[in-house]
Design a protein around this ligand. Structure first.
Ligand code: IDP
Ligand code: MG
Length: 167
């Protein structure tokens, strides 16, 4: 099987419920390699771009607010890239179905997810559906230099913008 990458997000409910260690332990069963990881404060623009395929759904606004952390008082997600053979399928199998009530009860979403009274599927993690989605999503969440393997072709650009540096 060919190596591929997949984007994992531990969503704000996963962080608030202190499930990070648990989720990473579950995912380690895949024997995939973690090639990028960081905490991200999610802007509306990033959330909307990430969930662009849902923009016509009635729950779109709530899903953006969920990913931005507005329902959990935790304005952050943990973003990781897992890499190896069949990465998307392996991680999605462990994650379980989108609807936490339909997810296998021992899957991550089946164990820890819930449907809120607002109707949001709070399902703890995101996993890219397939290699094509993974490429789009990883390019959205990570710069090339934040990933320790060369996943996709890059180009060199000269940037002269002001940025913060350590004092
Ligand atoms: P996925 O996360 O399993 O790939 P998508 O269809 O891409 O599922 O939906 C993205 C996220 O939007 C889901 O993880 C879930 O949080 C939310 N969502 C999807 N469908 C529904 C729905 O019918 N009601 C409420 N929330 C939903
Ligand atoms: Mg999806």
């Amino acid at each position: 099987m060919e190596s591929q990458a997949t984007l994992i997000l531990i969503k704000p409910d996963g962080l608030k419920k202190s499930l990070t260690g648990n989720i990473l332990t579950r995912l380690s069963e895949t024997k995939l390699e973690i090639v990028a990881a960081k905490m991200v404060r999610v802007s509306r623009e990033l959330a909307a771009e990430h969930y662009q395929h849902l923009k016509d759904k009635p729950f779109f606004e709530d899903v953006l607010r969920y990913l931005m952390g507005e329902f959990h008082d935790r304005r952050k997600v943990m973003a990781l890239v897992y890499w190896g053979p069949g990465a998307c399928a392996k991680c999605r199998a462990l994650a379980g179905a989108t609807n936490p009530e339909e997810a296998d009860s021992v899957s991550i979403r089946g164990s820890y997810g819930r449907i809120t009274t607002r109707g949001v599927y709070e399902n703890v993690i995101h996993v890219s559906a397939h290699a094509e989605d993974a490429e789009r999503e990883i390019k959205l969440w990570f710069e090339p230099d934040e990933v320790i393997v060369d996943l996709y072709p890059t180009k060199n650009v000269v940037e002269s913008r002001e940025k913060r540096a350590w004092l």
